[in-house]
Design a protein around this ligand. Structure first.
Ligand code: PAF
Length: 270
């Protein structure tokens, strides 16, 4: 059966009131890639119905040029979603989602200020606010997020727990290109030279013994490093690459299985 494409929120609410059974939800900003498709396929296999939302959320962009350049490919996205067996594709617009003009927002006071939050002030307020709105509208049993955005996943999970929301938040491992580059909508903006450099990101993060060493290796590989920081056993990083289409910011993280304690007081590396 073809997915229903729904634009007005009132129409969605009417449809939602007729649905019973488990609902899986995959919120996205579109420009779907294999990572998104893996989330959709998992949701379809685990739920009675799957909802995909596509909404480029302006409130999470602290840089207007970044928002304007964010890739958009709606027709292709709808075709991909149909092939995955998605039931509903929700296409809200800004005015409908933000009737209060973003006066009300969800903020977290610690983790959201570190890593990507330090690089992009206000970013996670925008993410948490839109995810809260979408979850309230879709009322899913389970929502699926990619672990490439590990910090985002942790913050969304924390928000749902803190506000006693009934949706289970599931993180799904990153899908990668053959050379290890994490799938990302932003990869489309890389020219050949930047793409070759980006292919080294995950390997350099994995091979380095410390965050500092990873930072030095990425810098030597001609990437401008935003941060490298290990969070809960995952070495997370943001880098910017110059491409003919302007600067492209990529994030990734890898599991670092042995913790290097050599830089800790009295520590010894294992
Ligand atoms: O990960 C994303 O694509 C976005 O941050 C999300 C979760 C859809 C919120 O706009």
């Amino acid at each position: 059966m073809n997915a229903q494409v729904i634009q007005g929120l009132q129409r969605w609410r009417t449809i939602r009131s007729t649905l019973s059974g488990s609902i899986g939800f995959v919120p996205t900003m579109g420009a779907l890639h294999e990572g998104h498709l893996a989330l959709l396929k998992r949701s379809v296999s685990e739920n009675d119905a799957t909802v995909l939302s596509i909404f480029v959320n302006a409130t999470q962009f602290n840089d207007r040029a970044d928002l304007d350049r964010y890739p958009r490919s709606l027709e292709q996205d709808i075709a991909h979603a149909q092939r995955c067996g998605v039931d509903f594709i929700l296409l809200p617009d800004h005015a409908e989602l933000y009737p209060d003009d973003y006066r009300y927002r969800v903020a977290e006071g610690e983790l959201s200020l570190a890593l990507c939050g330090a690089d992009r002030p206000g970013h996670f307020d925008g993410v948490l606010t839109v995810v809260m709105k979408l979850i309230n509208l879709v009322r899913p049993s389970t929502a699926y997020f990619g672990l490439k955005d590990y910090q985002q996943y942790r913050l969304i999970k924390g928000m749902c727990e803190s506000f006693f929301m009934e949706t289970a938040i599931v993180g799904c491992e990153t899908v990668r290109e053959q050379d290890g580059l994490a799938m990302s909508s932003r990869n489309r903006r890389l020219d050949a030279d930047a793409r070759a450099k980006a292919g080294r990101l995950s390997g350099l993060l994995r091979e380095a013994r410390t965050d500092e060493a990873a930072k030095a290796a990425l810098t030597a590989a001609d990437m401008q490093v935003g941060y490298v920081q290990t969070l809960e056993g995952r070495r997370c990083a943001a880098v910017t690459l110059e491409s003919c289409d302007g600067a492209v910011r990529l994030i990734d993280n890898v599991i670092v299985d042995s913790v290097d304690t050599s830089e800790m007081p009295g520590g010894e590396s294992r």
